[in-house]
Write a protein that binds this ligand. Structure first.
Ligand code: PRX
Length: 648
């Protein structure tokens, strides 16, 4: 088992919620018992908070590993997110407080969102998009991204949002795999003080073979773009549409979206989510974990809609719960390193949900930035995407939260759809760095290699042993891969891919991935994906990639490459390889470091021993290498790197 599973800091500090917070909290301690008593009745009750056009006739149909939740029920995601609020008199409430990176702002109410979504739904229908069709969305963080998602949901089209940082090749692969017929994009967006292009990347992607009939383009930056025969401006098509559109009911198990995520092979997995169960758990967790008081809170989740966090905690969860939220287009250091804090003060943000990588970056930038602004409006802080180290947790609590905000460290995945493990902010006495325990209604275990539960104080693999409403329903069109990836490691258990440990009090500590998946700034990237990109470069014969610890990004990508015969390493090569990976996958996959080696450490069966390379990448003594086919390899690699360093 992975060495990292056995070393755990002992953390004895605990922080209980204040009496005031506990008294007003949405979730009280009895929620655990209620859920425990009758799990399915508990989930039925959560589902009843949604509007159903028709009620379900079965709570759960579980044919492992395939689940149906609320089967027979019919509902509409967009109706739940928007119509309901307007019909019940909340149309004037602000849904989005949008701020573009250049400083432009828009306030959009629920009524305005609904009108825009209805028009967009009509626009999609006019383009021939039908329920069941797939629509790729490749957008900057602007309100139209949420509008596009909800318009798809409204007419039963399945959206597949592709993060705006992905390359043309990555976008093409996702469009092809989902067989999308429409792409919704923008000319570009604003980031790091300038405009970047998206439409041009879509143009590149669509040079490949696809069934895309139209490309709908939001004008965001005004940059020059080429508009071809398939291309239509959003404002020209959407603005002239009727603002009448009646949301149609869809089956609870109707596919709401596909979201691609990295696995252990080079081909990303299209994680497929459906409607009723997903919305139930997204809304439930958003209400109890963030303690949302929709009339008074200003909520801000900093995630991009290109990731699952943006789906569940920017679009579906918050809108269903009637939240008023901040949406920001740009980067946290533009035009200055206090931008996020400035916006917290400006909008009076009460709930902030962000990622450890940003928290660590803030720590590095220095306390003067948060200290310059009044952050007293904050009452709850959240963290997601990777383990948060206790120092960062304490800093978040003290410097951002003024020692006054419960912190919810939330563990979940694209596959789980919604939060699974997290403190309840009004109940749990939290420990810095621990996600604590499963939410009411959710069940997880930590097991050893033989699927035996480890006791308190033990480490092992995190598994989910009972189906949950927002669970993935499969990998898009790859049922065998779904079984193989998640359900084959342990019989009847969903294997999350994470190592975990239970401390002496039974609190859960997530220890990172135990498979060949890296976590860079909270984003999942597979080692194989980057290796394939490197090997597609003309200079490279073979590549091995590992995630090495990195102070800011959690892990950073370190690549070991073998050059093709006749290629000489030089300064330009490293640059060209980094640029190549950026072009193939996107900037998030750019290696921090590339080391040229003569051989790679392999077992006799030819498997690369990444563990040893990780030792090198993290400047540690190389561990046990006795299973190597050629025991001298590691010596050669280390010596080679030493002499390279000397030459530098
Ligand atoms: O390794 C875990 C880590 O992120 C993975 C899921 O990544 P993704 O599907 O991109 O979703 C990220 C946002 C939900 C997990 O397998 N992870 C996520 N949250 C935490 C975490 N690791 C530790 N603590 C967390 N709170």
């Amino acid at each position: 088992m992975n060495d990292s599973l056995s070393n755990l800091l002992s953390e004895n500090r605990t922080f209980a919620p204040s009496a005031e917070f506990a008294a007003q909290a949405n979730a009280k301690a009895d929620l655990y018992e209620i859920a425990e008593r009758d799990r399915l009745a508990f989930w039925e009750e959560q589902a009843s908070n949604l509007h159903w056009h028709e009620k379900w006739n079965q709570v759960l149909d579980w044919q492992p590993p395939f689940a149906k939740w609320f089967a027979g029920g019919k509902l509409n995601a967009s109706y739940n997110a928007l119509d309901r609020h307007v019909l019940e008199g909340r149309g004037d409430r602000v849904a989005f407080l949008f701020e573009g990176e250049p400083g432009d702002t828009r306030e959009i109410t629920y009524a305005q969102m609904l009108t825009e979504v209805k028009k967009t739904a009509n626009a999609l229908l006019s383009l021939g998009v039908k329920d069941g069709d797939r629509v790729a969305i490749y957008m900057p963080m602007i309100p139209e991204a949420a509008v596009a998602m909800l318009a798809c949901a409204r007419i039963g089209a399945t959206h597949s949002v592709v993060f705006g940082g992905f390359s043309a090749d990555s976008l093409l692969a996702r469009i092809q795999d989902a067989d999308a017929t429409l792409v919704i994009t923008a000319d570009g967006g604003f980031r790091k003080g300038g405009a970047f292009g998206l439409k041009s990347i879509v143009d590149d992607a669509l040079k490949g073979e696809t069934n895309v009939q139209h490309v709908l383009v939001v004008k965001r930056t005004g940059q020059d773009v080429t508009m071809g025969a398939k291309d239509i401006w959003w404002h020209e098509l959407v603005d002239k549409q009727s603002a009448e559109h009646e949301a149609q009911p869809f089956d609870s198990e109707h596919p709401l979206f596909i979201l691609y995520t990295s696995g252990t092979t080079a081909k990303p997995k299209g994680i497929a989510h459906t409607t009723g169960g997903y919305l139930t758990q997204a809304a439930y967790t958003h209400r109890i974990v963030f303690d949302l008081k929709p009339e008074t809170d200003i909520y801000w989740c900093t995630a991009d809609v290109g990731w699952i966090t943006g789906h569940s905690y920017v679009v579906y969860g918050p809108l269903i719960n009637g939240a008023t939220q901040v949406m920001y287009e740009g980067t946290p250091d533009t035009p200055h390193k206090g931008r996020i804090f400035e916006m917290i003060e400006k909008y009076g943000v009460t709930i902030l949900y962000t990622a450890p990588t940003l928290i660590r970056t803030w720590m590095k930038w220095g306390d003067e930035f948060p200290n310059k602004y009044n952050l007293k409006s904050l009452r709850l802080l959240g963290s997601v995407g990777e383990p948060i180290n206790p120092e960062a947790w304490m800093w978040y609590r003290e410097v951002v939260g003024g020692n006054n905000c419960p912190i919810v460290d939330t563990w979940w995945q694209t596959e789980t759809g919604a939060i699974m493990i997290s403190p309840l902010p009004g109940v749990t006495a939290t420990k810095p760095g621990s996600a604590m325990r499963t939410l009411p209604g959710i069940s997880a275990k930590v097991v050893d290699d033989e699927a035996k539960e480890v006791g308190n104080g033990g480490g092992g693999y995190l598994v989910l042993d009972k189906p949950w409403p927002s669970m993935l329903r499969g990998i898009w069109r790859e049922p065998d891969r779904y079984k193989e990836t998640y359900w084959s490691r342990f019989d009847g258990l969903y294997f999350a891919g994470d190592g975990a440990k239970l401390d002496d009090d039974g609190a859960l500590w997530l220890l990172g991935r135990v498979d060949d998946v890296m976590n860079v700034s909270g984003h999942r990237i597979s080692t194989t994906e980057v290796e394939s990109a490197l090997v597609s470069h003309h200079a490279i014969a073979e590549a091995a990639v590992v995630g090495a610890n990195d102070e800011l990004t959690g892990q950073a990508i370190v690549a070991f490459v073998i050059l093709r015969g006749g290629v000489e390493p030089d300064q330009e090569l490293e640059k060209s390889l980094k640029a190549h990976v950026t072009k193939e996958i996107g900037a998030i996959a750019r290696p921090r470091q590339i080391m040229v080696v003569a051989e790679l450490p392999k077992t006799r069966s030819g498997k690369i021993m990444r563990r040893l390379l990780r030792d090198v990448a993290e400047n540690r003594a190389v561990g046990d290498a006795t299973t190597l086919a050629d025991p001298n390899v590691m010596k050669l690699i280390s010596e080679g790197l030493q002499s390279e360093k000397k030459e530098d």
